[in-house]
Design a protein around this ligand. Structure first.
Ligand code: ZN
Length: 503
């Protein structure tokens, strides 16, 4: 009998991944079309699938195969794809084997119910409705962290799931200069005499036309609608069901187009990444995204570095004017460009401009870390949130729906996820800089409507590698220097100094 432990291991791992993708489809449905009455049964479906996936990934046979595959010739070269696959499968197997199945099942069931409670709490602007669920999901994740272990703090055990190799201590160091630069730039913008006119973005823009416009743009930048969809939800997201099926969602309002527009660009960035992963490696680490931070770097790259650039609007502004003549026919491109890049402290993270965005993340990073590490009681979250928000933004949320209840993440139990957004911004600035060095003047290319050379470059450098390299290693390989804050700070200072006429 041939000994192909490596082959058998990948097959088993792929089966678990296919099972997991069924859960993704149920999650997508829960957010788009499921009637509210289906919530209790959906929680049972999630719980059962979580158990099956967990059992499959932590089966004793997987452990045997991991050991046996270590002797395979193909994994002897540590730089090979096979060695990376084995390394990542071993890491996940070891982690999840320490977590009892019952805990995983309980988490899946609780997360599904907590999501419904969060929706209700947000609608009713009532933290009390959500509070017991937040406590429960927090406790479950702390139990998970204790089960898998950590060197310094609980936070690190959860961070490892989203950004392998990252630690809270390192993030604090990495984020500090970004915080200082954002606060400094915001201060100078506030003193500037230049005030972009935000009102010119408002009008009556039929949702059907908005939807057609965002589809045209998503396709132009390289999102394949044959292998994807765009639907409507309250919280925009991207979900990959599998090769050939990547789904984006957004939310529209008739009064303005840019909220839905930029969220589609953002989610399309995630989607283009998913569509660029090697389909034949689906289920193996080499066919999966490198990390949530790298994922976020792709959404932020398309949303901000491309979608908020001059070149992009040199190409698309005529189309936008023709699509919404009542709103934009009399508005010059320069005024429009300043308006979509207007910097203004605001309550909601997903609507934040590039300069204040990371401040929203640092607030969440500090508060969730305090909750996980036991320094902040769940009951005290709204007060702590509002106090910190006022200190950082000079605004006080009028209610928790616009404060600590605004994001979906904690209801799912996704603690330690938020930092991946700022990591994404850091990676994106570095990767976009490297792309410009390789491809020449990207702004001019965008003005000509050429977006696919960038998409293809990213496919080659980022997407095609899957999770072959650790996130920090991947970025360093692409950019020729370690991850740092300089490129993001230079990008923000450059773009916003020009818009606001700062010296
Ligand atoms: Zn995103």
């Amino acid at each position: 009998m041939p000994n192909d432990a490596y082959g058998e291991l990948l097959e088993r791992w792929r089966d678990a991944r296919i099972l997991d993708s069924c859960d993704s489809l149920l999650g997508w449905d829960q957010e788009t079309y499921m009637p509210a009455g289906g919530a209790a049964h959906r929680a049972e479906q999630h719980a059962l699938l979580a158990r099956l996936v967990h059992e499959e990934r932590t089966d004793a046979r997987i452990g045997e195969l991991v050991e046996a595959a270590a002797d395979d010739e193909r994994v002897q070269d540590p730089a090979s794809v096979e060695a990376a696959n084995l390394r990542e499968i071993r890491r996940e197997f070891e982690r999840w084997s320490k977590v009892p199945t019952s805990l995983q099942v309980e988490r899946a069931r609780t997360a599904s119910l907590a999501l419904q409670a969060w929706k209700q709490a947000r609608n009713e602007n009532s933290f009390e409705t959500f509070s017991p669920w937040l406590q429960k999901i927090l406790d479950l994740r702390v139990q998970e962290a204790e089960a898998v272990g950590y060197d310094t703090e609980v936070y690190d055990a959860l961070l490892e799931v989203y950004e392998p190799g990252e630690t809270a201590a390192h993030l604090i160091e990495l984020f500090a200069p970004v915080r200082d630069a954002s606060v400094d730039l915001l201060g100078r913008i506030r003193e500037s005499a230049h005030r972009p006119e935000a009102g010119l973005l408002e009008g009556t823009m039929p949702i059907e036309r908005q939807s057609e416009f965002v589809r045209r743009v998503a396709e132009a930048i390289g999102f394949d609608l044959h292998g994807g969809r765009i639907d409507t939800t309250t919280h925009p997201f991207c979900s990959r069901i599998g090769p050939g099926d990547v789904r984006l969602t957004t939310r529209y309002t008739e009064r303005e187009f840019h909220g839905a527009f930029f969220s589609v660009l953002h989610e399309a960035g995630h989607g283009i990444y998913e569509q660029g992963l090697p389909a034949d490696a689906f289920g193996a680490p080499a066919g999966e995204a490198a990390s949530y931070g790298v994922h976020e770097s792709q959404s932020r790259l398309w949303e901000n570095h491309v979608g908020r650039s001059q070149g992009f609007w040199r190409h698309f502004y005529g189309d936008l004017q023709a699509t919404f003549p009542d709103t934009f026919a009399g508005v010059g491109r320069g005024d429009f460009y300043s308006a979509v890049n207007r910097v203004e402290p605001s309550l909601i993270r997903v609507d934040a401009d590039e300069v204040t965005y990371d401040l929203h993340i640092f607030l969440r990073f500090d508060l969730e870390r305090a909750m996980l590490n036991g320094d902040l009681a769940v009951a005290d979250l709204p007060g702590a949130w509002n106090e910190r928000f006022e200190a950082d933004f000079g605004l006080r949320p009028p209610g928790d729906a616009q404060g600590c209840l605004q994001d979906i993440h904690w209801s799912w139990g996704s603690f330690a996820y938020f930092p991946t957004y700022t990591l994404g911004n850091l990676y994106a600035a570095q990767i976009f800089g490297a792309a410009g060095r390789d491809l020449g003047d990207l702004d001019e290319a965008f003005a000509r409507g050429e977006f696919l050379p960038l998409r293809d470059w990213l496919r080659d450098k980022v997407y095609g590698n899957g999770a072959r390299y650790r996130p920090a290693e991947l970025v360093e390989r692409i950019c020729g220097k370690p991850v740092g804050a300089q490129d993001l700070i230079a990008h923000l200072n450059g773009r916003y100094s020009r818009i606001y006429g700062l010296t």
